[in-house]
Design a binder for this molecule. Structure first.
Ligand SMILES: Cc1cc2nc3c(=O)[nH]c(=O)nc-3n(C[C@H](O)[C@H](O)[C@H](O)COP(=O)(O)OP(=O)(O)OC[C@H]3O[C@@H](n4cnc5c(N)ncnc54)[C@H](O)[C@@H]3O)c2cc1C
Length: 450
């Protein structure tokens, strides 16, 4: 086995790993990146980008549904699912090769294979052993394993983005982001969709009022939602799958062509031989300090979905990767700040949010003013025949700062960034109102939302 020396070894070539390479290469450090599948990782190959191609089709179907309001007659739309999957694959096909060229230009050596720790300062991939001054764990996440009998019958988002036939019926176990997003596309494409969530609320970390709005819209398009459910087992039945679950203490069954694990994702760190690297961890979570550095091995950093405490989102993976890169170059200096990170659930229409929920702001005992609006009868919502148009803006009374903003519909996935920007740079609610917006736009409604 060859023993090689390099300044930085990065495990994983997704958003987080790639972002590390910028600062460390600019500082002239030698870098090896080990990737077991496709360069680019989840977001461009199996996540955000291909999913958004399907969501865009869902959006088109939504617009067709609303055509009559604009006095347009259209026939029954027919979606060719196989062709849509082909289009999705076509959109993303060049990504790994483009990133390989970009890494080569940056003089990063990309090694194909599964990496494991060989020592606190070394990793092994195939028959190579790389000794490094710094090792970065950027190995992403994987679907949360569910302790349910028959869990092996479930598929994940990977299969949903690949199967060329639209299932007639699906049951999502877990009411997280992936279930809502794919559920909306499937339902609009004509599939029978049910979501079974264990907690009292879908999307448990999002603002309860916003979730109530998107649940109503989900049910309007035919999705059946049950919360407070305990799924007992999944078993084959008549060429389909049967889900046995308890709801309000009573056993129920439901059958579908596909059952999907929609219970979120967990850090993908359990096959890294962390003990060999002296990397402290428990229950699949690496222990890290505020600089994203291992608490037991100062040569090791973690970033992206592999971080157990931050939202699993692509821009956050990139942000953390950059912080790790700078901490490697300058010593542990930078700490991530997640307060103003915007996020969206790409249902059609989307649920978008930044900052605190109303419940979280109240729990913190902050004196808040809550501006909540159902905007369906506002001109912009009427113009675009919106089925749901809702906002909640939370303002800190003492400072007039924005603490949180939540939207369903009304271009919320775009507007949320204005509020994130305001939070990040201390722009007050009064200043946001003071701006003269182009009219008529959804943004021009911000004045009235406040
Ligand atoms: C269906 C889906 C839709 C999503 N949609 C959105 C969205 O709309 N917006 C958003 O912000 N986020 C979205 N996400 C989340 C987003 O994709 C992730 O937050 C982001 O990709 C995380 O980047 P990462 O670099 O941490 O991990 P990844 O991109 O997963 O990269 C980790 C890489 O490490 C590799 N690897 C793992 N173990 C090893 C090993 N031992 N050796 C070598 N290589 C290894 C993997 O092959 C992988 O390529 C979505 C995720 C999914 C699954």
């Amino acid at each position: 086995m060859g023993n090689e020396k390099v300044d930085v070894v990065i495990l994983g070539g997704g958003n987080a790993g790639i972002a590390v390479t910028g600062p460390v290469r600019r500082a002239g450090m030698s870098v090896a990146m080990i990737e077991s599948h496709d360069l680019g990782g989840t977001c461009p190959n199996r996540g955000c980008t291909p999913k958004k191609v399907l969501v865009a089709a869902g959006h088109a179907l939504h617009e067709i549904e609303r055509a009559a309001v604009h006095q347009i007659s259209v026939g029954q739309p027919k979606l060719d699912w196989a062709a849509l999957i082909d289009r999705e694959k076509h959109v993303i096909k060049d990504i790994p090769a483009n990133l390989a060229r970009s890494m080569a230009r940056r003089d990063v050596e990309v090694i194909k294979g599964h990496a494991i720790f060989a020592a606190p300062n070394a990793v092994r991939v195939g028959d190579r052993r790389l000794e490094a001054r710094h090792i970065v764990i950027a190995t992403g996440s994987k679907p949360r394993p569910l302790p349910i009998d028959g869990a092996e019958h479930m598929i994940t988002s990977d299969e949903m983005l690949t199967e060329r036939s639209l299932p007639r019926s699906v049951i999502f176990v877990g009411g997280g982001v992936i279930s809502l997003e794919f559920g909306h596309v499937y339902a609009r494409a004509g599939a029978d969709v049910a979501i079974l969530e264990g907690l009292p609320q879908l999307l448990p970390v999002m603002d309860a009022d916003a979730v109530a709005r998107i649940q109503i819209e989900s049910e309007r398009i035919g999705i059946r939602v049950k919360t407070d459910v305990r799924v007992e087992r999944i078993e084959p039945a008549n060429g389909r799958l049967r889900v046995v679950f308890f709801y309000k203490g009573v056993q129920h069954t439901a059958e579908a062509d596909r059952v999907i694990n929609g219970a979120g994702r967990v850090a993908n760190v359990d096959r890294l031989e962390l003990a060999a690297g002296n990397v402290e961890h428990a229950h699949g979570r690496v222990a890290i300090d505020r600089h994203l550095r291992s608490t037991s091995n100062p040569q090791v950093y973690v970033c992206g979905d592999a971080v157990p405490i931050s939202p699993q989102l692509s821009p956050i993976a990139t942000y953390e990767g950059d912080i790790v890169g700078r901490n490697i170059v300058e010593g542990p200096t930078y700490t991530p700040d997640y307060d103003s990170m915007a996020t969206s659930v790409y249902t059609v229409p989307a649920l978008a949010a930044v900052g605190l929920t109303e419940a979280a702001a109240n729990e913190k005992g902050l004196g808040i003013k809550v501006h909540c609006n159902d905007m369906r009868d506002w001109f912009s919502a009427q113009t675009y025949a919106e089925t749901v148009a809702w906002s909640k803006i939370i303002v800190h009374q003492a400072t007039d700062r924005i603490l949180g903003a939540h939207f369903v519909g009304h271009a919320g996935q775009e507007l949320v960034n204005i509020f994130g920007l305001a939070m990040r740079f201390g722009i007050t609610a009064g200043q946001i109102k003071d701006y003269v917006y182009a009219y008529p736009t959804f943004s021009s409604d911000i004045k009235h939302m406040l």
